[in-house]
Design a protein around this ligand. Structure first.
Ligand code: NAD
Ligand code: LMR
Length: 323
């Protein structure tokens, strides 16, 4: 029997938390031979709701679940954590952009970055889901001074999956046939889902779809999918977001077989400003995220990479007091 790994989830009584915890406890994140301890963080006002979630976790009698800690004290929640999923943050409502949440949510990540630095395992891996995810990830890693920036990542696999599903639907194939697609930049309406390198089976995607569909339908559909879901559901995506977070951590920890998309700190790849958290095409091996630096990009792509980079630089300027 392996030693249990400690997984911290913040905002554990929220929508995404509820869609995520039971799957983590059943082994979907780290494997069906990996025991886990769940360390759940909530604000004091949500502790009653969290008690109910903990009761439900107990009532599942999951064989892999060793222990559940529920707390409103960050130092307890992050204590010895091997994996941290920072979900706890306000979601946007209809008509808002994700960056409108910076003021409400940004400060959460200074305190949590410091608490992760001081209390988590030195090898912790931290995924930021709470919006605006890239800039919140930047705040977190900048406040965790003793840890490496590579230990922090922001979630864009949901956008990647959305793009795969849209392309598969358009070309009439199963999602499994889509490869090498990537989502670049910010998890926002400037993100760039790129098809230049994508393949459907062994055929380049851009040989199967019109450029006009790509530019005028596909890109906006992926960029606006979160808002479309909010309009339809009255609240933001939860099950698909939880699924993406589990997938992100599983791939980061256990490795990828194909290229995916993750927000990670730029070291100047593709001339993106060093130090910002930007979504790149990546693979993962041995617990490390590697940016795929082999892509050939045309002017159309480069222009879009710059546009979403510009937005991230503006977001960074808006929260520089938190860094
Ligand atoms: P929710 O309102 O249902 O749940 C958020 C939970 O966080 C609440 O229970 C709240 O009490 C808790 N919380 C707030 N501040 C906290 C803090 N300081 N510490 C611990 N917990 C805290 O929202 P949700 O639908 O679960 O969404 C959570 C976040 O994830 C939102 O910011 C949303 O926009 C974002 N999101 C990101 C993606 C992505 O792809 N990156 C996808 C979906 C949602
Ligand atoms: C999403 O992409 O579904 C989330 O980021 C929620 C949102 O605000 O769109």
């Amino acid at each position: 029997m392996k030693e249990p790994l400690r997984i911290t989830v913040t905002g554990a009584a929220g929508q995404i938390g509820y869609a995520m915890l039971f799957r983590i406890a059943s082994g979907e994140m780290l494997g069906v031979d990996q025991p886990v301890t769940l360390q759940l963080l909530e604000i004091p006002q949500a502790m009653n709701a969290l008690d109910g979630v903990v009761m439900e976790l107990q009532d599942c009698a999951f064989p892999l679940l060793q222990r559940v800690v529920s707390t409103s004290r960050p130092e307890e929640a992050f204590s010895g954590a091997d994996f941290v999923l920072l979900v706890g943050a306000r979601p946007r409502g209809p008509g808002m952009e994700r960056k409108d949440l910076l003021e409400a949510n940004g400060a959460i990540f200074t305190g949590q970055g410091k608490a992760i630095n001081d209390h988590a395992s030195k090898n912790v891996r931290v995924l930021v889901v709470g919006n605006p995810a890239n800039t919140n990830c930047l705040i977190t890693l900048q406040n965790a001074r003793d840890l490496q920036p590579e230990q922090f990542s922001s979630m864009t696999i949901l956008d990647h999956n959305r793009a795969v599903a849209q392309l598969a639907g358009k070309t009439g194939v199963h999602v499994d046939a889509v490869h090498d697609l990537a989502v670049w930049g910010n998890h926002s309406s400037t993100m760039f889902p790129e098809l230049l390198s994508a393949k459907v089976g062994s055929t380049p995607a851009l040989e199967l779809v019109d450029f006009e569909w790509y530019r005028d339908k596909f890109i906006p559909a992926v960029q606006q999918r979160g808002a479309e879901i909010i309009r339809a559901r009255g609240s933001s995506s939860a099950a698909s977001a939880a699924n993406a977070a589990i997938q992100h951590m599983r791939l980061w920890s256990l490795g990828t077989t194909t290229v995916t998309s993750m927000g990670t700190v730029s070291c100047g790849e593709y001339d993106i400003t060093e130090g910002i958290v930007y979504s790149f095409p990546v693979t993962c091996r041995a617990g490390k995220i590697d940016i795929d630096t082999s892509r050939k990009l045309d002017d159309f792509c480069v222009e879009r990479l710059r546009l979403t980079e510009k937005e991230l630089l503006e977001e960074r300027d808006a929260i520089k007091h938190l860094l």
